[in-house]
Design a protein around this ligand. Structure first.
Ligand SMILES: Nc1ncnc2c1ncn2[C@@H]1O[C@H](COP(=O)(O)OP(=O)(O)OP(=O)(O)O)[C@@H](O)[C@H]1O
Ligand SMILES: [Mg+2]
Length: 339
């Protein structure tokens, strides 16, 4: 039985902006229900602007206007007790959650590294703020040990961020994110800016750290190859909603949602010469998303069966479990069509 770390139910988070007196609501997360378990790597996939970064802003409690949680619940079961993260105070986030329970590795680590401070100073700032430093030697020993554990030479502690390669900086970001052994490490496109060889090393490190500590990693990337190699489970997002979720094996070998099928079938296969077909249309504008299933205007199954599948146009499909944690939000699948 897997232990639950986080339960989100019907989460909705919108960006509300106003221009020339006209208010606009971007429904970037619109009805997400999902669990994260302890000791797993959960991959979030989906094309640009589908809401991946917004989902992790919500799950990590880093919500700032114009983004707001409009609906839903999000319950964490941390080591030190349960916490309802919808409406959590900034004070609690600061003292109990950030870095200690949930840490964040972003694309391009410069946002966490101060360009004019040596790496050791960034460690010092974080540890001082969250635990205090009474013994300087013990602090240096602890940090030295920790960076060695993530495969970095301790000399880097005395360097400035710009003196390190992109891959090294991303390792430093991972070292910072793991210093307090948080329950959840969230990584948003952590390797997108790196070349493939360096990328492999950084992903391997994330995997090793996860395996050694048994914590949870939420890995966001549009790169399906990364998910295939690293994730235990994958959630496929389309236009602010989860379309499908399952073990990595199920998602890649037995995708069921028409959008997932398209994503998987468009991956390159060595030796295959036939041209890949692309989907009609573009992802919807989330300020004015289609009614019903947001994918229906581009769905090849709907296009062929529009007359009898009126509900795709009018009714929001909910995620249904088809066994073994394979969840799909699709009216066709529900009617026995394409699972
Ligand atoms: N600060 C903001 N104000 C208004 N709308 C925003 C803001 N940030 C993001 N959005 C909108 O929210 C939607 C989801 O964006 P998000 O950044 O979460 O997508 P993403 O899946 O992470 O994309 P990418 O793969 O390009 O990083 C998009 O339509 C985007 O334009
Ligand atoms: Mg993003």
């Amino acid at each position: 039985m897997q232990e639950i770390l986080m339960e989100a139910r019907d989460l909705c988070a919108y960006y509300t902006t106003e221009m020339y007196g006209i208010s606009r609501e971007v429904k970037a997360i619109d009805g997400v229900t999902m669990n994260l378990y302890r000791n797993e790597i959960y991959g979030v996939a989906g094309e640009s602007s589908c809401g991946k970064t917004t989902l992790i802003k919500v799950l990590s409690g880093t919500i700032k206007p114009p983004l707001k949680i409009n609906h839903g619940t999000m319950q964490y079961h941390f080591k030190k007790g349960d916490m309802d993260m919808v409406g959590v105070s900034e004070e609690d986030m600061q003292s109990k959650v950030r870095w200690k329970e949930i840490s964040y590795v972003m694309q391009g680590s410069m946002s966490v590294l101060n360009p004019v401070r040596k790496i050791v100073k960034t460690f010092e700032d974080i540890i001082k703020t969250h635990e205090g430093i009474t013994d300087k030697k013990a602090f240096i020993d602890r940090v030295t040990e920790h960076v060695k554990k993530v495969g970095l030479p301790p000399d880097i502690l005395n360097e400035y961020p710009h003196e390190l390669s992109g891959g090294m900086r991303q390792r430093v970001a991972i070292a910072l994110a793991t210093v307090f052994q948080p329950s959840l490490i969230i990584a948003d496109e952590p390797t997108t800016a790196l070349d493939v060889v360096v990328q492999r090393g950084v992903l391997q490190l994330l995997k090793e750290i996860q395996a050694a500590s048994g914590n949870t990693v939420l890995l966001v990337t549009h790169d399906m190859a990364v998910h295939a190699n690293v994730a235990d489970r994958v959630g496929i997002m389309y236009a602010g909603r989860l379309a499908e979720e399952g073990t990595t094996e199920t998602i890649f070998r037995n995708p069921a949602h028409p959008y997932t099928k398209h994503l998987i079938s468009s991956l390159p296969v060595i030796g295959e010469k036939a041209a890949k077909t692309s989907l009609e249309g573009t992802p919807p504008n989330l300020a004015n998303a289609p009614e019903g299933c947001r994918f229906h205007p581009r769905c090849p199954y709907y296009a062929k069966n529009a007359a009898k599948m009126e509900r795709c146009k009018t009714e929001v499909p909910v995620m249904k479990d088809y066994g073994n944690g394979h969840r799909i939000a699709c009216h066709f699948c529900e009617e026995g069509g394409i699972v």
